[in-house]
Ligand binder design. Structure first.
Ligand code: ADP
Length: 473
């Protein structure tokens, strides 16, 4: 019992829903942050440089196009240089500077280079048409991107040189990094907060249900499961409420059953004891009285045996311990042979049995269990037929299968009781013990018919009689 109780402690906590949700959420946040940082560190610089290169391309294309059409003005060049933040120099084919815009004085590679270096750039451009290069200035330590291209379609008419510093990236990175640290911290705090809240939210209904289940386990049948929060837990709570109601029902039934069985066992036992004592003390020498008393003892023993047999039969059927031995047999002859046993009742007690079974009907069933069904139904018809004393056993061929019914002209069963009579140990008017019966007969019938997969039911009208029927396949 102790082991079933929820365990506390570290191991329990680590395997709890709350901790699992929390840890996964935390891992998720950390993963996002790591990804963000990696992306930031690895790609920001490359992206920035690509962007600057694209800017240079745009400016160079613009200049080339307008210089060829003769529409390039110094105003436009000035705008270009300052809007893109790049130094622009245009030289003629002899290396004489025609236009020059220096947006970062002292740091530009073109404006700060000696003529020998510039002629080297021109030579390289002549060779390739145009080229890019990244150079770190030794003086200032700043990094520059240099672009040089020749101008002119067929022959070189001049040179275009563009220089831009890629240095601002460093200060930008610093600003962004500071911001990212703040964002990361905020995300961590918020994320952990949300994850704790979320894990609590998820585990609360489960914990609530567990507490109720513990109470149920301790025998509190009034417990109500509350799974409010999610569809799944609500569904679970509904199922558990249903299970709890069923457990309560079974428990009540078990108590009733015990009470009924004990009562039914005690009554004949008391009788047996009382009559045995009577024979010993009083009637032992009086053969007539003695035989009468012995007769009662035998009757009561039979009653006991019937009860015990029924209990055993039902337990076996319900536990699935009994298997079907399916055989095909002729219905007419089977029912006739069962009914011969009732001859004594018709001769002695004036019962009339009307059997109507068409010839040639075969049925596939377990013969012994089939007999048990018919016996139980006919016995009930006899027991409850009252003054009617007419019992009809009828078989009718149906579209698929045969309907077999046992009808009596007894007192009938009220509408309210009809759904209950197949329940184990149900007996109408429980005080009415003079009718021989164990209250288990119809439960046995029901179990056997269910095992066969046969449909069954009862039609009854109070004061008119009852018809118990089942349909073979
Ligand atoms: P019992 O041993 O009491 O007959 P059953 O399980 O066979 O137990 O029947 C359950 C109850 O159903 C009976 O106690 C009786 O109240 C009712 N019942 C069964 N058959 C009939 C019938 N043919 N006519 C009226 N009531 C019946």
């Amino acid at each position: 019992m102790q082991e079933d109780r929820p365990r506390k402690g570290l191991r329990y906590a680590v395997h709890s829903v709350r901790f699992t949700v929390w840890i996964y959420f935390a891992i998720f946040i950390i993963a996002i942050l790591v990804l963000m940082w990696i992306t930031f560190i690895m790609t920001l610089e490359t992206n920035y440089k690509n962007r600057r290169r694209a800017d240079i391309n745009t400016a160079a294309a613009y200049i080339t196009e307008h210089i060829e059409s003769g529409s390039l003005t110094s105003r436009k060049l000035y705008d270009l240089a300052y809007s893109y933040d790049m130094c622009i120099v245009i030289q003629d084919k002899f290396g004489i500077t025609l236009y020059s815009y220096d947006v970062s004085p002292g740091r530009c590679l073109i404006h700060g280079s000696a003529e020998s270096e510039l002629s080297e750039y021109r030579r390289k451009a002549e060779e390739k048409g145009s080229f890019y290069t990244q150079i770190r200035s030794l003086d200032t330590g700043t990094e520059n991107m240099l672009y040089v291209s020749t101008l002119g379609a067929e022959e070189t008419l001049g040179y275009l040189m563009i220089n831009t510093s890629t240095e601002p990236i460093q200060s930008t990175v610093n600003v962004i990094r500071a911001q990212m640290i703040q964002i990361s911290l905020a995300m961590l705090i918020l994320g952990f907060g949300i994850s704790i809240f979320l894990s609590r939210l998820i585990s609360t209904p489960i914990t609530r249900i567990t507490r109720s289940a513990e109470k149920l386990g301790q025998g509190d049948h009034n417990v109500q499961f509350n799974g409010k929060g999610y569809n799944e837990t609500e569904q679970l709570a509904r199922t558990l409420n249903f299970a709890s109601e069923e457990i309560t029902k079974v428990d009540t039934m078990r108590r009733d059953l015990m009470a009924n069985i004990s009562h039914d066992l005690r009554t004949p036992l008391t009788m047996v004891k009382a009559y045995a004592e009577m024979i010993r003390d009083l009637s032992g020498d009086d053969p007539v009285k003695r035989d009468e008393h012995l007769g009662i003892i035998i009757e009561e023993s039979d009653r006991l045996a019937a009860l015990v047999n029924d209990i055993l039969d039902l337990t076996k059927l319900e536990n699935g311990g009994s298997e079907l031995d399916l055989q095909e047999f002729d219905l007419g002859s089977r029912i006739s042979s069962i009914m011969t046993r009732y001859t004594i009742l018709s001769e002695r007690d004036g019962y009339s049995f009307y059997v109507s079974v068409p010839d040639g009907i075969t049925v596939k069933a377990d013969p012994i269990k089939f007999d048990q069904v018919i016996y139980n139904l006919v016995n009930n018809a006899v027991n409850y037929s009252g003054d009617g004393k007419e019992i009809y056993v009828t078989a009718v061929r149906m579209e698929n299968g045969t309907e077999i019914s046992v009808t009596d002209t007894g007192e009938g069963i009220s509408k309210e009781l009809l759904p209950l009579i197949f329940d184990r140990y149900y007996r109408a008017e429980k005080s009415k013990r003079e009718v021989i019966g164990t209250g288990l007969g119809l439960s046995i019938v029901k179990q056997i018919l269910i095992m066969h997969g046969f449909e069954f039911g009862v039609r009854s009208e109070e004061g008119v009689g009852s018809t118990f029927w089942f349909r073979t396949k």
